[in-house]
Design a protein around this ligand. Structure first.
Ligand code: FES
Length: 80
């Protein structure tokens, strides 16, 4: 593990920015992974790719090509 503290930045009325890659474990057991250098975690719950931010928190959407830059891997929960 690195000695450097991981940077987490809260964007007012927006996502929480976390240095990637990240592995997000959801309450239902699914896992969402992103290998991006900086990952935006949705806090508004309007994202179509929740728990990752798709900029839906903004009043106006950016062009569709913004959504294609995120690499997301979702894993089903492990069987007990
Ligand atoms: S914080 Fe960006 S879509 Fe929710």
């Amino acid at each position: 593990m690195s000695d450097e503290a991981r940077v987490v930045r809260i964007v007012p009325n927006g996502p929480v920015m976390v240095q990637g890659p990240v592995r997000i474990e959801m309450p239902d057991g699914t896992v969402v992974e992103s290998d991006r250098f900086m990952c935006a975690i949705c806090t508004c719950r309007r994202s179509k790719i929740y728990p990752l931010c798709d900029t839906s928190h903004r009043r106006r959407q950016r062009a569709k090509d913004d959504e294609s830059s995120t690499t997301v891997t979702v894993q089903a929960p492990a069987e007990a």
